[in-house]
Design a protein around this ligand. Structure first.
Ligand code: PGA
Length: 251
C-alpha cells in the first residue's frame, strides 16, 4: 500500500494533471496506490481513476453522522463523492484542530459504518520519545482509537505510524526504529484482537518518506506500506516510490 497525502495542495485541475502522469506506472505496479486528496478534488479524481487500480480517499471526516457543523463534511458524503478510504487522526489534525483519540475513535466508527477503508494515524512527539514514552503513547492511541471496533472489521482498517518529529521535517526515522514501532503496534493489535487478524492489518510508515529512503522502509518485515506527504505531490518522486514497492516485493 502506497498512500499519498496531499494535505491542502492541488486544485481539481492539478489533481487530474498528476493522475494523468502517474496512471501508467500505478497500473503496472504491485502496490495498491491510494491518494488522499482535498475534499474538492475527490469527485473528479475518482471519475478519472474509475476502472484503474488507484484508490481515492479523504483526509478527514467529522465524527457526527450529520448536523449543524458549519464547514464540516460527513463520512457518507465523502463516500458518495467517490472516496474509497479516509485518513483519520493525522498529527496535523491532532495538533491544529485538537483532535483526541476519543474523537478519532468516533470517526473510525463513522467511516466503517459507510464501509470506507480507514487509516488511523498515530505517532509520538520528539519530547515523548526523549522521555521514553513512545511505547505508552502508541499503545494508548491504538487502544483508544480502536475501542469497541470488532475484529470482523479489521480488514477495513490500516494503521499509519508517523512519528511527529519526522513529518515534514526531512528527518525520517531509521528503518530499524520504524520496524520496532511497527512490531509494537502489531503486538498491541494482537492483544486487542488476535494474531491472525493482526497479521492482516497493514501498518504503514510515514514521515519524510522520499524516493531515496522508501525502499529501505519497505524491506522491513512489519512495514507494509508508506504514507507519503511531500513526496506525493510530484509525479516523479511518487512514481519512484511506487516502483520501489514493486521492486522490493518482487525481489
Ligand atoms: P511528509 O508527510 O511525507 O511530508 O513528512 C507525511 C504525512 O504527513 O503523512
Amino acid at each position: 500500500m502506497i498512500v499519498g497525502n496531499w494535505k491542502m495542495y492541488k486544485t481539481i485541475e492539478q489533481a487530474l494533471e498528476f493522475l494523468e502522469k502517474i496512471l501508467p506506472m500505478a497500473e503496472e505496479s504491485s502496490a495498491q496506490v491510494m491518494l488522499a486528496v482535498p475534499y474538492t478534488a475527490i469527485f473528479a479524481a475518482k471519475e478519472r481513476v474509475k476502472e484503474t487500480k488507484i484508490r481515492i480517499g479523504a483526509q478527514n471526516i467529522n465524527d457526527a453522522f450529520e448536523g449543524a457543523f458549519t464547514g464540516e463534511v460527513a463520512a457518507h458524503m465523502v463516500k458518495e463523492a467517490g472516496a474509497d478510504f479516509v485518513l483519520v487522526g493525522h498529527s496535523e489534525r491532532r495538533r491544529y484542530f485538537k483532535e483526541t483519540n476519543a474523537q478519532i475513535q468516533k470517526k473510525v466508527q463513522r467511516s466503517l459504518e459507510v464501509d470506507l477503508f480507514t487509516i488511523i494515524c498515530i505517532g509520538e512527539s520528539a519530547e515523548e520519545r526523549e522521555n521514553g514514552k513512545t511505547e505508552d503513547v502508541l499503545k494508548k492511541a491504538l487502544k483508544e482509537c480502536l475501542e469497541g471496533i470488532g475484529k470482523e472489521l479489521a480488514h477495513k482498517i490500516g494503521i499509519a505510524y508517523e512519528p511527529i518529529w519526522a513529518i515534514g521535517t526531512g528527518k525520517a526515522a531509521t528503518k530499524e526504529l520504524a520496524e520496532e514501532a511497527h512490531s509494537l503496534c502489531r503486538k498491541v493489535i494482537e492483544e486487542l484482537w488476535d494474531a491472525k487478524t493482526a497479521d492482516m492489518v497493514p501498518i504503514l510508515y510515514g514521515g519524510s518518506v522520499n524516493q531515496e529512503n522508501a525502499d529501505h522502509f519497505l524491506s522491513m518485515e512489519n512495514i507494509n506500506g508508506l504514507l507519503v506527504g511531500n513526496a506525493s505531490l510530484r509525479p516523479e518522486s511518487f512514481a519512484k516510490i511506487i516502483s520501489d514497492y514493486t521492486m522490493v516485493h518482487h525481489s
